[in-house]
Design a protein around this ligand. Structure first.
Ligand code: SF4
Ligand code: SF4
Ligand code: FES
Length: 459
């Protein structure tokens, strides 16, 4: 049954039940919000999204569902007075310097003409993390960082300390740099006050954007690339396809190591006679390649040539290389020089070129068996598995080192030296011999740190 709602005099017809805030957005009415993020469950901590509903008074629009026939007013004098009071309370502590930036809070302060009066407190600033700056004097206690890190990423980095006026959020160890943060940047993405900031983005000024697929692992996450003067300066996950920008350190930050390495040739080079390389034009290099391929295929057929592609290229280059090999040269001899990645990461069968399965196809998996430090090679897949396990949707059996970053999410952790993972796999097949046997082999040296239990509730 469709819902008919009137928001600021505009009639909105909704096919599905949704919150007042979302209904208003659909009607083009902008209700201010600070703690609301459509990717998280509504929490209702900031109270800035208050609206007046006929017959009900002031209520938070981010956490209240519409009802058929509801009449909502979003900017009555009482609503505006309420919002200004909240903003003035926040502005008392919010640093004036931060109010000049383009944060969600500073935009609201400008919109309602409220002046920030606080000052930055060096004791609350932390620049030790390589990618993320923290300035908790800007924090407005919306708890988005706590909720996204715990509920979505499966880490418990952000903690709430003290009570009442003294309440503060802090990383578990006092500093992100010494915490078990995996640099996924999800907390940066949801912080509305600029208290947690991406250092790279803070200095980058992209003037145009493009889209690509990450080639750092076989998941091929969809990415947006920001360019300044045609040079890539910033990378983030596509928000329409990845809920929190991106979850992977490699895709977001390590592209610089690939693009801006000094050894990278900036144009084609040829060996003319001797062993040394000399610069060549693209046309000249292509001419030499075409000539060589024509000669080789003429003499030995398509199977006598092959294409080996650098592993330091964008995903589009791999697609074009396949086309060149299979469609133009008529050979299946095409491969990637994978010296960049350990060979077993190439085997990951989900989401990558070896499979058409997206990550979401793992939603219904009962149990994952992870061998080795998955977090180091497939951070996005590791985050997915951690979340599934912590939310009780799947069981996680981990065979890896004692300090593996997935250990806190594992139901069973077989702590072994990763170099001995094959022994651990053999041990899984170990069965005690019959009681009347002469010899009694030693049990495997690896240990079960947590006993296998039933699948947790919440499934
Ligand atoms: S970057 Fe990711 S892992 Fe680190 S604190 Fe933020 S949400 Fe948690
Ligand atoms: S640091 Fe940012 S996201 Fe976390 S509670 Fe403070 S304002 Fe909210
Ligand atoms: S946005 Fe609704 S309470 Fe914060």
């Amino acid at each position: 049954m469709p819902f008919r709602v009137r928001i600021d005099g505009k009639e909105v017809i909704l096919e599905k039940r949704t919150t007042i805030l979302n209904a208003a957005r659909r009607a083009g009415v902008d209700i201010p919000s600070l703690c609301y993020d459509e990717r998280l469950q509504p929490y209702g901590s900031c109270r800035l999204c208050m609206v007046e509903v006929k017959g009900k008074g002031l209520i938070t629009s981010c956490s209240t569902f519409v009802e058929d026939g509801m009449e909502v007013n979003t900017e009555t004098p009482e609503v505006v007075k309420h919002r200004r009071t909240i903003l003035e309370l926040l502005a008392d502590r919010y640093p004036a310097e931060a109010a000049k930036l383009d944060t969600r809070l500073s935009q609201l302060l400008r919109r309602y003409g409220v002046e920030a009066k606080g000052a930055e407190d060096p004791r609350l600033m932390d620049e030790r993390h390589p990618w993320i700056s923290v300035d908790l004097s800007r924090c407005v206690l919306c708890y988005n960082c706590v909720r996204v890190c715990e509920g979505y990423i499966g880490r418990l980095i952000w903690r709430t300390l003290y009570r009442g006026q003294q309440t503060i959020v802090m990383p578990e160890t006092g500093s992100l740099a010494t915490s078990s943060c995996i640099s996924c940047r999800a907390c940066v993405d949801v912080c509305p006050s600029g208290a947690i900031v991406d250092k790279v983005m803070a200095s980058a000024r992209p003037t145009s954007w493009g889209e690509t697929a990450c080639s750092m692992c076989s998941l091929s996450c969809p990415l947006r690339v920001g360019f300044e003067d045609s040079r890539p300066v910033y990378v983030e996950g596509r928000r329409d396809l990845l809920p929190f920008a991106a979850e992977c350190l490699r895709g977001k930050y390590h592209w610089e190591d690939l693009v801006y390495v000094p050894e990278r040739p900036e144009g084609p080079r040829l060996r003319r006679g001797g062993r040394s390389w000399s610069r060549a034009s693209l046309d000249e290099a292509l001419g030499v390649i075409a000539e060589g391929l024509r000669k080789a295929t003429g003499e030995g057929g398509p199977g006598s040539v092959g294409v080996i592609v650098s592993s330091r290229l964008p995903a589009e280059a791999y697609y074009l290389s396949q086309l060149l090999a299979r469609a133009a040269l008529r050979t299946n001899n095409v491969d990637v020089a994978s010296s960049l990645l350990p060979s077993f990461s190439e085997l990951a069968p989900i989401g990558g070129p070896l499979s058409t399965l997206p990550l979401s196809s793992l939603d219904d998996v009962d149990s994952f068996l992870v061998i080795g430090p998955l977090e180091d090679y497939h951070p996005a897949l590791a985050s997915f598995i951690r979340r599934q396990s912590l939310q009780g949707r799947s069981r996680l059996i981990l065979i890896s080192s004692e300090d593996d970053k997935l250990a806190n999410a594992a139901d069973i952790h077989m702590a072994v030296d990763v170099r001995r993972a094959p022994d651990a796999l053999r041990a899984l097949r170990w069965r005690p011999p019959r009681r009347d046997s002469w010899t009694w082999p030693r049990p495997p040296s690896c240990c079960l740190t947590r006993p296998p239990g039933p699948l947790r509730s919440g499934r």
